[in-house]
Design a binder for this molecule. Structure first.
Ligand SMILES: [Mg+2]
Length: 370
């Protein structure tokens, strides 16, 4: 006797039919300055994946040329060229194959791959009612740092005091100017303005040498303004230099530009070049490669800090959801959405960020099957 008919999954039979890209610009609440660049307006590439069965899922990303080498134009060209060619016609039910083809389609272009990867995940999340259950996340607030843009010491101290007053308790100070005295002055001015209860992270965005980094850390130690973390003090490929800063031990070292992929994480671990690694979806190519990045880091005993680019809040919300699956630790690096004039679907409740309504994240990233 025949059993009951097998229930079909809502994703059965879905294939990518076409992908549409649109480049746009969105306002920021204030200019964002690092040692590498200044951003006054956010370039955004919106990507829509059109599936068979009239499902449309969407994701949006922002180019970060100094980090991934991509522009809005190159992202659009990669998505509508080799990436859609690789994933078109492959059933969503064979998602491991789909993600493998996406990553293998072209070298690099990780922000473009991230956009497509997130739109594919949005389709997988549809039957579950959201991304959080797909990732095994419980949601809830995630503690984050907040960036203080590179500026003169008094301006940075003023900005830092304002963020601390709002309730943020980890400040990420952009440093890495050409003048070591000025960098020391920046950090000590901020430390004086916010007091010892607020943690300070320094992000030099690759602009120091190991010798400079050690000189700065030494001087800060003597003034009592010891940072809780120093991020990417030296150029991305100078693992020996970063290992020297790590060995020094005055502040834990967080690798950022040195680690895009799981393979990079392994290299950093082998060189003993950092204590922690900064995972950004746009650097690694989306949620699927992020899984390998995290498992490699944990296997090597490296802490994972989830970060983000200066990018649309909906994309930062995906990173925040992923961060909520990791064990609690010193706090993540998810202030990218705070800089947008419109935070939706995120809410910053200092010292944390949360996805205001997980369903809204799902709706932001993927429009439902109906
Ligand atoms: Mg960084």
């Amino acid at each position: 006797m025949a059993g009951p008919p097998e229930r079909s999954s809502p994703i059965d039979g879905l294939v990518v039919e076409r992908v549409v890209c649109q480049a746009t610009r969105r306002p920021l609440r204030a200019p964002f300055r690092t040692a590498l660049r200044e951003v006054k307006e956010l370039d955004v590439v919106e990507v829509e994946v059109h599936w068979s069965g009239s499902l449309v899922t969407a994701a949006s990303v922002s180019p970060t040329p100094p980090i991934t080498g991509e522009t809005a134009g190159s992202i659009s060209a990669a998505v509508t060229g080799p990436l859609v060619d690789a994933v078109g016609g492959v059933p969503l039910a064979e998602h491991e194959e789909l993600f493998r083809r996406l990553q293998d389609a072209i070298n690099g272009n990780t922000t473009a791959k991230c956009a497509v990867d997130l739109a594919l995940h949005a389709a997988l999340a549809c039957p579950l009612g959201g991304l959080a259950p797909l990732l095994g996340a419980v949601g809830g607030p995630v503690r984050t740092d907040i960036t203080v843009s590179l500026a003169d010491p008094s301006t940075m101290a003023e900005q830092a005091a304002a963020r601390a007053e709002e309730g943020f308790d980890i400040l990420k100070l952009k440093v890495g100017g050409d003048d070591v005295d000025l960098d020391v002055a920046r950090v000590t001015a901020v430390a004086r303005a916010v007091g010892p209860e607020v943690g300070l992270r320094l992000d030099a965005n690759q602009r120091w040498t190991a010798k400079t980094a050690l000189a700065v850390l030494d001087r800060l130690e003597r003034t009592g303004a010891r940072p809780e973390l120093v991020e990417q003090p030296v150029p991305a490929d100078d693992l020996a230099g970063m290992a020297a800063v790590t060995r020094h031990g005055l502040a834990p070292v967080l690798a950022d530009e040195s680690v895009h992929s799981a393979r990079d994480v392994l290299r950093v671990a082998e060189a003993q070049a950092a204590d922690a690694v900064n995972l950004k979806l746009a650097k690694c190519g989306g949620l699927r490669p992020a899984r390998d990045f995290i498992s490699t880091a944990h296997a090597c005993g490296l802490e994972v800090v989830v970060g983000c680019m200066l990018e649309p809040p909906a994309t930062v919300a995906v990173a925040a959801t992923l961060a909520s699956t990791l064990p609690p630790h010193r706090g993540h690096d998810l202030d990218g959405g705070w800089w947008s004039a419109d935070h939706d679907p995120l809410r910053y409740v200092p010292p944390s960020v949360l996805v205001a309504d997980p369903r809204r994240l799902y709706e932001a990233e993927g429009r439902a099957l109906s």
